[in-house]
Write a protein that binds this ligand. Sequence first.
Ligand SMILES: [Zn+2]
Length: 84
Amino acid sequence: MMTTEMRLENAARRARDERVRPVRLGPGQYVVASSSQPGHGYVVYVDTDGAVACNCPAAQWDNPCKHAVAVQLLEQQDKGQVAA
Ligand SMILES: [Zn+2]
């Protein structure tokens, strides 16, 4: 059985390997281009408490998905490098 840490680690590795690059639409809202369906994208929302939700099919059964994790990583980078 997979632990939450393992799921996060797997999703983070896929996000890096597949070069998932979220694009910020606005505060707490990102769009991520689909790697399997060119021209398609998924919307990722970040709650004020840091919870991330993605509308891709994988998120239904593979939560957190790589898109959500990529957004989380980006948010952490932003906080570390750029003053709000
Ligand atoms: Zn997703």
